[in-house]
Design a binder for this molecule. Structure first.
Ligand code: PPS
Length: 286
């Protein structure tokens, strides 16, 4: 995947989506409020899914809001040119999405009581998901091959920089009261249990019926049909919907259909090397 890019503080950004001016504002000027909730991920790790879950929790399981307001308006990506002003205007408690690397995150967060939910996904599935998304998002030049996509992953020149830097950066927050991390695989394995854990972290008490409703409306099947969540409302000059969709497969382990044994073994070796300093084992490794 390649695109017209620029580098800001060591991470790669896209000229048509980001600007240095907005990134500076994100870091230095954005006023984080005590009741803000940040939905943070590396791309293709479950951003839309977590956004839906958080917004449904905020609405006590009532789907009216997520069925009537587009994803990018209810929880904008605040580090983007299009999302920054929208995020500032949200009604509190604001749910703000972002792929921002930890070292560029808003400084005012660290003086606030705001919370971060950080969602990660098996990087092999991140690569597969990105491979297909690169074919439909028009700002990307279509990858020559899966092999090329895989190689790029280790070159750190993907959007938002290196997956390893992103995860290791955000994991510096692990153990803090206002930071909760979860994996896409845990959401897959036990969505209801995950929703209960997220509610507990947010201090939000939902009854059984409300939790069931969060689970129902954030399921892949329902989200895929929700025009406000599935990106089908994005104009054709941005997303070539004839070639695919954001809501592609929604499964864990699709990498097994794409990686050769040799590619997988090499990936595992490189992964170990890059992650050797982090003493956290993630769910997909178990
Ligand atoms: S983005 O563009 O970076 O914000 O993409 P992101 O939302 O992080 O990731 C897209 C992948 O998440 C899958 N997805 C889901 N999986 C399961 N259940 C639900 N409800 C759900 N919603 C989104 C989506 O299908 C993409 O994964 P792939 O593997 O490509 O299908």
């Amino acid at each position: 995947m390649s695109f017209d890019n620029f580098t800001y503080k060591g991470a790669t950004f896209c000229v048509s989506v980001h600007s240095e001016e907005i990134l500076k504002k994100v870091e230095d000027e954005f006023q984080v409020l005590d009741d803000d909730i940040f939905n943070i991920t590396y791309p293709k790790s479950g951003t839309h899914w977590m956004s839906e879950i958080l917004n449904l929790i905020k609405q006590n399981g009532d789907p009216t809001f997520v069925n009537s307001i587009p994803m990018w308006s209810r929880s904008p990506w605040y580090e983007t040119i299009a999302g920054y002003d929208e995020a500032e205007k949200l009604t509190s408690p604001r749910i703000i999405s972002s792929h921002i690397p930890y070292h560029i995150f808003s400084k005012s967060f660290f003086k606030s009581k705001a919370k971060v939910v950080y969602t990660m996904r098996n990087p092999k599935d991140v690569i597969v998901s990105m491979f297909y998304f690169s074919k439909i998002l028009k700002i990307f030049k279509e990858p020559e091959s899966f092999e090329a996509q895989l190689e790029n992953f280790f070159k750190s020149n993907g959007m938002y920089g290196s997956w390893f830097d992103h995860v290791k950066g955000w994991m510096q927050m692990a153990g803090k009261d206002n930071f909760f991390y979860i994996t896409y695989e845990e959401l897959q394995q036990d969505l209801r249990g995950s929703v209960v854990r997220i509610c507990k972290f947010l201090g939000k008490e939902l009854n059984d019926e409300e939790i069931n409703s969060v689970v129902k409306y954030s399921s892949f099947k329902v989200m895929k049909e929700n025009k406000m969540s599935n990106l089908t409302q994005i104009p054709d000059d941005v997303l070539d919907k004839s070639k695919g969709t954001l809501m592609r497969k929604g499964v864990s382990g699709d990498w097994k259909n794409h990686f050769t044994v040799a590619q997988s073994e090499k990936f595992d070796k490189d992964y170990q090397e890059n992650m050797k300093d982090l003493n956290i084992k993630f769910f997909w490794q178990e």
